[in-house]
Design a binder for this molecule. Structure first.
Ligand code: SF4
Length: 468
């Protein structure tokens, strides 16, 4: 994944750029970067944020950088921003998304006479530089951005910093959001609207799919209108978006509460307490508890003072140990209790299995699990969303293969009322050691989000690729 923040101001913008970008730290754990237009041209700073938060790594930039226009990024993959000298002039670029056809686009660039790519990302061509090479081929920035958006398979939202302001473009099918904010003398663009209130910005509007605008301190010029089709990522609301953010006018926390309530309406267990698996399960749990009239409690808490979210060891084994060490049970709330947990989703299930074991070891009588979305059966191919190398890493996909190997098993497994679905869920339940396991029904999740299904990407769950 990743997140973007840019600001065009009549005054120095570095403070806004620094804090605005930092508010996207939950979207990536690998690289952070900022670029600003200073008197001597575009200057940039990039740091590895794998083990140290963006704010600490970039603190020195608050006094070192000066400029009235700037862009920033949190990235899970490549070093960004890239700075490009081209026939269009010098510009800096940041991107969010995934270029599925990167190899094909790079080969084509070489065939067209490009001799090299300067930056590497994860051992291959830096995807942001690849996007820059597509943009620089055209006669102006707008044509360049439109052409890049048309050629890219996957998704790419971007901010492009020039002498004339910041070009902002949301990916062609609007899988990731870009929201515009305004304060006196400044306009800003962000992936997360939660970056605005504490910096004094008010939301002006969100960009539509594929829309291109230019931000200056004076306003927003629309340079290419939005397209008609949208496939915004549903997982933004269920899992990785920030609770205080709003996309397409729909707030994340509110959707999570509604997801929890929907789970409660279909349920028939009588727990002593409801809880959320921290952090993103919490709001789903609150929604469930309110609807069911059962107390919401925190039977375990996360130890955060020394385990920052960005602490991400490379080895999966160590990551699992870190995840386990973070959660501390509160014996008084666990012993002898029938407990129901809401979780955002179950990906591999490894950590959850450890958590369930820990709860029973601490004396829990029953542990019921209610994921806020349906079983994950497909890996995301539109965003850099998951670290999974294979779809068989997904607990549901593996369980489905074990339970049913017919030609239509995948389609049947995604239908909540099919025998294949029940057999798959039962296998997962047993593997995780749960008392009961019930997943959210897809139509309930869509209803909780409140947008038409045709506007939402639900590929993870039903494999549906609506507009191509
Ligand atoms: S496949 Fe899943 S994670 Fe990827 S864009 Fe669609 S809903 Fe989001």
């Amino acid at each position: 994944m990743g997140g973007l923040f840019g600001v065009a101001s009549t005054a120095d913008c570095i403070r806004d750029l620094y804090f605005g970008t930092d508010y996207h730290s939950h979207l990536g754990t690998s690289r952070g970067g900022m670029a600003c237009l200073s008197r001597s041209g575009i200057v940039r700073s990039i740091h590895d944020i794998t083990n140290t938060p963006f704010r600490s790594k970039f603190e020195a930039e608050l006094t070192r950088l000066r400029g009235r226009t700037g862009i920033g990024v949190i990235s899970d993959t490549d070093d960004q921003p890239v700075i490009i000298r081209s026939h269009l002039g010098v510009y800096a670029l940041v991107t969010v998304g995934k270029i599925s056809n990167a190899a094909e686009l790079a080969s084509e660039a070489f065939l067209n006479g490009k001799t090299h790519f300067a930056e590497l990302g994860g051992g291959g061509i830096n995807p942001t530089e690849l996007v820059a090479s597509l943009i620089s081929r055209e006669s102006d920035f707008v044509e360049g951005i439109r052409s890049a958006q048309a050629r890219i398979e996957g998704s790419c939202s971007l901010l492009l910093l020039t002498d004339d302001g910041i070009y902002a473009s949301r990916d062609r099918l609007g899988r990731t959001p870009i929201v515009i904010g305004q304060r006196e003398g400044s306009f800003a663009a962000a992936s997360e609207s939660c970056s605005f209130p504490n910096l004094g910005y008010e939301v002006v509007r969100e960009l539509g799919p594929g829309e291109v605008v230019r931000l200056t301190p004076e306003g927003i010029d629309v340079l290419a209108p939005p397209g008609d089709e949208m496939q915004i990522c549903s997982f933004l609301w269920v899992y990785y978006g920030y609770p205080a953010s709003t996309y397409e006018g729909v707030n994340v926390e509110v959707v999570r509460n509604r997801c929890g309530a929907a789970l409660a309406r279909r349920d028939d267990v009588s727990p002593d307490l409801v809880a959320g698996v921290p952090d993103s399960g919490t709001a789903h749990g609150i929604g469930y508890a309110s609807e069911a009239g059962v107390p919401f409690r925190r039977p375990f808490v996360k130890y955060t003072p020394t385990w920052a979210r960005s602490f991400m060891p490379q080895a999966q084994e160590i990551r699992d140990v870190v995840a386990r060490m973070k959660l501390i049970p509160i014996a008084e709330l666990v012993r002898g209790k029938r407990m129901l947990f809401c979780e955002d989703s179950i990906v591999r299930g490894t950590q959850l299995k450890d958590t369930v074991r820990m709860l029973f070891a601490a004396g829990a009588k029953e542990v019921h699990m209610r994921p806020a979305c349906p079983p994950l059966l497909h890996s995301c191919k539109f965003l850099n969303f998951s670290r999974s190398k294979s779809e068989m890493d997904l607990a549901a996909r593996r369980a489905l293969r074990e339970a049913s190997d017919g030609p239509d098993a995948l389609a049947a497994g995604s239908r909540h009322d099919s025998p294949e679905h029940s057999a798959m869920v039962e296998r997962i339940r047993r593997r995780l050691g749960l008392t009961t396991l019930r997943y959210q029904v897809l139509s309930d999740m869509v209803e909780a989000i409140g947008l038409p299904k045709s506007d939402l990407c639900t590929f993870c769950w039903d494999g549906c690729q609506c507009p191509s």
